[in-house]
Ligand binder design. Structure first.
Ligand SMILES: *[C@@H]1O[C@H](CO)[C@@H](O)[C@H](O)[C@H]1NC(C)=O
Ligand SMILES: *[C@@H]1O[C@H](CO)[C@@H](O)[C@H](O)[C@H]1NC(C)=O
Ligand SMILES: *[C@@H]1O[C@H](CO)[C@@H](O)[C@H](O)[C@H]1NC(C)=O
Ligand SMILES: *[C@@H]1O[C@H](CO)[C@@H](O)[C@H](O)[C@H]1NC(C)=O
Ligand SMILES: *[C@@H]1O[C@H](CO)[C@@H](O)[C@H](O)[C@H]1NC(C)=O
Ligand SMILES: *[C@@H]1O[C@H](CO)[C@@H](O)[C@H](O)[C@H]1NC(C)=O
Ligand SMILES: *[C@@H]1O[C@H](CO)[C@@H](O)[C@H](O)[C@H]1NC(C)=O
Ligand SMILES: *[C@@H]1O[C@H](CO)[C@@H](O)[C@H](O)[C@H]1NC(C)=O
Ligand SMILES: *[C@@H]1O[C@H](CO)[C@@H](O)[C@H](O)[C@H]1NC(C)=O
Length: 476
């Protein structure tokens, strides 16, 4: 007895309990007569059982999502990167109260839903209602997705497609870091997890995919025949959903598919159910500003940054200059843009000679530190500039945490291009163009630099003409 108690509390308890009972059972009898072999067997068995339980529980924790098919592995696994804390920029004496923020956001959305004639009839309720259960379209960007302009083009195309196919829309951007570091959902929640994607097997307790998945890639590097095939399906097919019938459609793209979607006569009725009555209004440049407000709102710290600039200089006219030079010492990996040799000099002298208002402020966003230095010398205190490092989302030299911090400046610049400018002078670039489209009157006092000249752009038609005259914009 004494010997036993020192070995295992469990076994002792059993014995004490059994003592109170009549000796009928062979097993109990075995314990009480002190058969040492029997006792030892039981102790060893208990230790063995305990070990098995320990190992099993540990194993259970470490089980990873198991794949039915391997094609999507990198996407699922790469979701574990980016656990980066927010930046260290702190606004200590901010004059703007945070209560101001929601009203300002709402007004922007209001404008597109009530004042703008082309987006006024859009049925916001229909856009926001959950789509078919278990059907998803996910914009993905894990590598080589292009800059912010390219990404926005892809996101908007797929958002439109998700409405057309009655699929729930999600966004997954992890390159160079999670999009949620700078933007959060406004009205449409694109961060919500995919319901029912992963199921746990009741018998083996393994995690497995319970929804079928497909990955489509139509980016700049995709083969031409695939691009053409996809484009034709979107343009002509009457049952897109039976061609890509999987529950979750992951799609990486930087393409503008609005033209194809608007011309697919089999989906006209669907568009009407969202309040888009004519195919002439299914255009990226028309729907972009509304979709942007529905999907996005900057995170608090960036929103405050934006407001600081917006309210700082409301007294003077603001001229915005977006100067993208291409390959330069600040972003040496960028592509060479031969038409941009004297872009900064051309734009600055245009401001000085043609927009002669001595009091106006100049807001500058550029991909080139030298341009900033020039502007600072030239305009001094008239210059408005968001501090921080210059970056291109796909081509930056810096990695990880630093790039995440740099995104703050990029997004602040982007929003200011749409919220600050009385006059806009932009490069022939997606970033400048989408940024400018967020202005309430995007074609009012808009100028675009192309091949050493500055064009006044009063509508999309002017822009197309300008590009046509310059080898489809190659020279710009
Ligand atoms: C991005 O961040 C959000 C919220 O912080 C998180 O829910 C999501 O899983 C992250 N996405 C990836 C792909 O890491
Ligand atoms: C939108 O229209 C209303 C009334 O028609 C007007 O009061 C308001 O100023 C307009 N908003 C903008 C931003 O133009
Ligand atoms: C907007 O869409 C919702 C849901 O589809 C529908 O119930 C409502 O009648 C629509 N509103 C208008 C004005 O068409
Ligand atoms: C979006 O959904 C996620 C997950 O359900 C939730 O945590 C988050 O608060 C939602 N965001 C917004 C802006 O509604
Ligand atoms: C898996 O999906 C099927 C049908 O899609 C559904 O009936 C089932 O409940 C799902 N299983 C789990 C564990 O969610
Ligand atoms: C076009 O794409 C569809 C769906 O991905 C595929 O079934 C079909 O074989 C492709 N056609 C060609 C000619 O590549
Ligand atoms: C739709 O696509 C399928 C498969 O690619 C093709 O066989 C069919 O002819 C297409 N239908 C139309 C109307 O283009
Ligand atoms: C910029 O270059 C173009 C052609 O290369 C030339 O016509 C123009 O005068 C130049 N502008 C300036 C301000 O140097
Ligand atoms: C700017 O002013 C100059 C001279 O004043 C003029 O020749 C030129 O056409 C103007 N440029 C634009 C784009 O209006």
């Amino acid at each position: 007895m004494v010997l036993l108690s020192s070995q295992s509390v469990l076994v002792v308890r059993r014995i004490m309990y059994s003592k109170r009972r009549t000796i009928k059972d062979r097993w109990l009898w075995c314990m009480i007569v002190g058969n040492t072999l029997c006792k030892r067997t039981i102790i060893v068995y208990c230790i063995f059982l305990f070990t098995v339980i320990l190992i099993w529980r540990y194993h259970e924790k470490s089980i990873k999502v198991e794949e039915d098919e391997d094609t999507l592995k990198p996407i699922i696994l790469s979701s574990s990167i980016n656990k980066i804390p927010s930046t260290t920029i702190i606004f200590q004496n901010d004059e703007i109260e945070t209560e101001l923020l929601p009203t300002i956001d709402l007004n922007r959305l209001d404008y597109w839903l009530t004042n703008n004639s082309k987006t006024r009839d859009i049925n916001l309720t229909a856009i926001l209602t959950p789509k078919r259960r278990g059907k998803y379209l996910v914009y993905v960007c894990h590598e080589n997705c292009g800059g912010w302009g390219d990404r926005l083009r892809g996101i908007m195309s797929l958002f439109m497609l998700s409405l057309m196919l009655d699929r729930n829309f999600r966004i997954e951007i992890t390159h160079p870091c999670n999009l949620t570091h700078i933007l959060r959902p406004n009205l449409y929640n694109w961060t919500q997890s995919i319901d029912g994607l992963i199921a746990i097997d009741p018998i083996t307790h393994r995690r497995r995919f319970n929804l079928t998945r497909k990955m489509l890639i139509t980016t700049a590097n995709t083969q031409q025949n695939i691009l053409t095939n996809v484009s034709q399906i979107l343009h002509h097919n009457n049952s897109i959903d039976s061609i890509w019938s999987e529950d979750v459609l992951y799609w990486a793209t930087n393409k503008d598919y609005f033209y194809q979607l608007s011309n697919n006569i089999f989906y006209r009725k669907k568009f009407k159910s969202y309040g888009i009555m004519t195919k002439y209004n299914i255009k990226l440049e028309i729907l972009f500003p509304l979709f942007y407000e529905i999907l996005f709102r900057p995170v608090q710290k960036i929103q405050q940054h934006i407001l600081k600039y917006k309210f700082k200089q409301k007294t003077h006219q603001i001229i915005c200059a977006q100067i993208r030079t291409g390959k330069n010492p600040t972003i040496p990996d960028d592509k060479l843009l031969p038409g941009r040799q004297n872009i900064s000099e051309t734009i600055f002298s245009f401001i000085d000679s043609n927009l002669t208002n001595e009091n106006s402020n100049i807001f500058l966003t550029t991909d080139n530190q030298q341009v900033y230095n020039e502007a600072q010398q030239r305009y001094g205190s008239r210059l408005l500039y968001v501090s921080g490092e210059i970056t291109h989302l796909d081509r930056s030299l810096n990695i990880n945490q630093k790039v995440c911090r740099e995104q703050d400046k990029l997004l602040t610049d982007f929003h200011l291009l749409g919220e600050l400018c009385d006059i806009s002078i932009i490069s022939n670039s997606g970033f400048g163009f989408w940024g400018n489209l967020r202005r309430f009157q995007p074609f009012e006092q808009l100028y675009v630099f192309c091949a050493g000249r500055i064009y006044k752009i009063e509508s999309m038609w002017h822009l197309y003409k300008m590009r046509e005259q310059n080898q489809n914009g190659e020279l710009c």
